[in-house]
Design a binder for this molecule. Structure first.
Ligand code: AHM
Ligand code: MG
Length: 334
């Protein structure tokens, strides 16, 4: 029987192949993320059993949303696993107002990790897929070292070294890119290891699913409404179906594997879009591009956007080349 490749092995082998001089620190950092997500997966799987589902005492995070207990657990798991790794200088999370500075390695840490510990958490109580999203950036080199932690975090998406997500779905999957394609691993719960299941993922060049919260469609800018009407009309030569889970990770995971398009355009209640640039749109855009897809905010490439604040929101359209090109005919760049 051949030995299945674990995510750890894969990361180390990629590093050896592409950056033979690498110190291994980056692989060590990624293994902190995989460990945290196994801890989170274990809690998510027990959510209906243990008294941990539901709102955490009514506390609200900086976005004014009710914090779920599992959000807190997931955030803590990532902060602990990364903070103990060494080489991580700054961590920034959807759940924390400000970036968290690693006590262990603030001075010498080379990396910045930004994450949404439990995305789609309103789905927990109804046993629907949720996820963790992360983005890894390099900290400024020595001469600029004494910038504020926030300045270390606020880098455009094209500077990401790696990004990925874990979807806690019918199985738990870890999908990541370090700038050399996208690979997917499935957690084998019997041995507690992520095993390669989806090597070199390519997003199909076109698909037949569109995904958006259509309850908001009346308040989408006109171009998006026309685009959706175009998809429904059959004019493109395709018959589209609509699917929307309401967990970005799960909606994107389907888009990555099956193609098509996911849209969260500006709406009346979120005129700049709802999703967060630093820890939702940027990592998803990096993965999409690495798999051959595209990601824009309707006017520009997500990865070129200059961030101004940690919790900044953006519109996000991501998907296959064909659907994204058709969208650009309806929603023209500024
Ligand atoms: P959150 O659970 O981290 O707050 O994430 C926001 C979620 C995304 O996962 C999802 O794509 C979106 O909000 C769904 O929003 P809506 O309910 O407005 O359709
Ligand atoms: Mg989120």
């Amino acid at each position: 029987m051949s030995t299945p490749m674990t995510v750890q092995q894969h990361i180390l082998e990629e590093q050896r192949r592409l950056r033979p001089a690498a110190s291994g620190e980056f692989s060590w950092l990624l293994s902190g993320i995989t460990l945290a997500t196994k801890l989170i997966a274990a809690q998510v799987r027990r959510a209906g059993l243990a008294d941990i589902a539901g709102a955490a005492g009514g506390a609200a995070n900086i976005q004014g949303e009710v914090v779920q207990k599992l959000d807190v657990i997931a955030n803590q798991a990532l902060l602990n696993c990364l903070g103990n790794r060494g080489n991580v200088a700054v961590m920034a999370s959807e759940e924390d107002d400000e970036p968290v500075v690693s006590q262990r390695d603030w001075e010498h840490g080379k990396y910045v990790v930004v994450f949404d510990p439990l995305d789609g958490s309103s789905n927990i109580d109804v046993n629907v897929s949720v996820g963790t999203i992360f983005s890894i950036l390099r900290r400024a080199p020595e001469p600029d070292r004494f910038r504020t932690p926030l300045e270390d975090v606020l880098q455009p998406g094209f500077k990401q070294l790696a990004a990925g997500y874990v979807v806690y779905g019918s199985s738990t999957m870890f999908v990541y890119t370090a700038g050399n394609g996208v690979n997917g691993f499935t957690l084998d719960p019997s041995i507690g290891a992520y095993l390669i299941s989806h090597p070199n993922i390519r997003m199909p060049a076109s698909g037949s699913i569109y995904s958006c919260n259509e309850a908001n469609a009346d308040t989408f800018p006109g171009g998006y409404r026309k685009y959706l009407a175009y998809l429904r009309s059959g004019e493109s030569g395709r018959k589209y179906s609509s699917r929307y889970i309401g967990s970005l990770v799960a909606d994107f995971h389907r888009t990555l594997l099956k193609g098509g398009i996911f849209l969260y355009p500006p709406t009346a209640s979120h005129p700049s879009g709802k999703l967060r640039l630093m820890y939702e749109a940027n990592p998803i855009a990096f993965l999409a591009e690495q798999a051959g897809g595209k990601a824009t905010d309707g006017t520009m490439r997500i990865l070129d956007k200059t961030p101004h604040s940690l919790h900044e929101r953006t519109a996000l359209m991501v998907g296959s080349g064909a659907e994204m090109e058709a969208l650009a005919r309806f929603v023209s760049p500024a």
